[in-house]
Design a protein around this ligand. Sequence first.
Ligand code: F6P
Length: 326
Amino acid sequence: MGKIKKIGVLTSGGDAPGMNAAIRAVVRAAIYNGCEAYGIFYGYEGLIEGNMKKMESHDVSNIIQRGGTILKTARSREFKTVEGRAKAYEQIKKVGLDGLVVIGGDGTFSGARALCQEHDLHVVGIPGTIDNDLYGTDYTIGYDTAVNTVVEAVDKIRDTASAHNRLFFIEVMGRDAGFIALRSAVATGAEAVLVPEIRTDVNDLDKYLEHDYKPHKSSGIVIVAEGDKSGGAYTIAEQISQRHPEYDVRVTVLGHIQRGGSPSAFDRVMASTLGVAAVDALLDDQTSIMVGLMNKDIVHVPFNKAIKNSKQLNHNLVGLTDILSI
Ligand code: F6P
């Protein structure tokens, strides 16, 4: 394949704060390098329908600070099929795109991998999900902002919990992963944290509440990742309430507030760095890879690896919660 001249960019799956900063970086880096940039709307759905537009530098002005994604996003069923991807490739050929940057999580990268296995196209991924659950990169775009949003909310709940001597169970996002839960638990001084990666035993929580919580504390916070196998904050709160009617228990589910808002400086800088790195990778003839950050360095990780492997929680942080919640 010859030199890349037309680069498309799309966002797919759940949105994440910082996606706009990444789109801006891809569009401007493409133009800077003498390429044309095309924004594709509604992720792979838009690709199948040919819903795209040539982007100029001014089309991405004033978006670095905005949450959401100006390109919109979607989860496409049709793109999961060979036929759907063939339709998408027809549109790609019609416009003459020779490179594509996809911003999203592992579902997005699975689709991208299949597309470049079946068709002649260079595709590079940028990790964008608040869940931070992608192997091969220390951080994903949106995670830092989401954690900060959770911390702000939990701090507020802590005030009212303390005023009423209540035990709060707070559910945070993370369908399959506990990264948001664990980091925000450490940052807010939570009494306990429940994550899908570690089997939750209600007896252990009970023991902690009896021996460490009850004698010393009058209020507390338990952070529960939505994907925790206990069944979520309502279920576990109900079990604890039944065992301990003396606790005044409340539940808060933070929900989609965690996906919105202006991205943190960290997410903006990472999105800008990875956006430029993605275009550089395409111009370097790379394909079927994700650009990520490991120990502050830019890395190229094959889609195969990023999709197949699962990222481990930081076990130092797990230990910290136990030590600091006495
Ligand atoms: O993948 C990101 C994520 O925010 C998960 O943490 C959450 O479970 C899911 O998306 C929610 O998806 P939706 O917005 O489609 O309900």
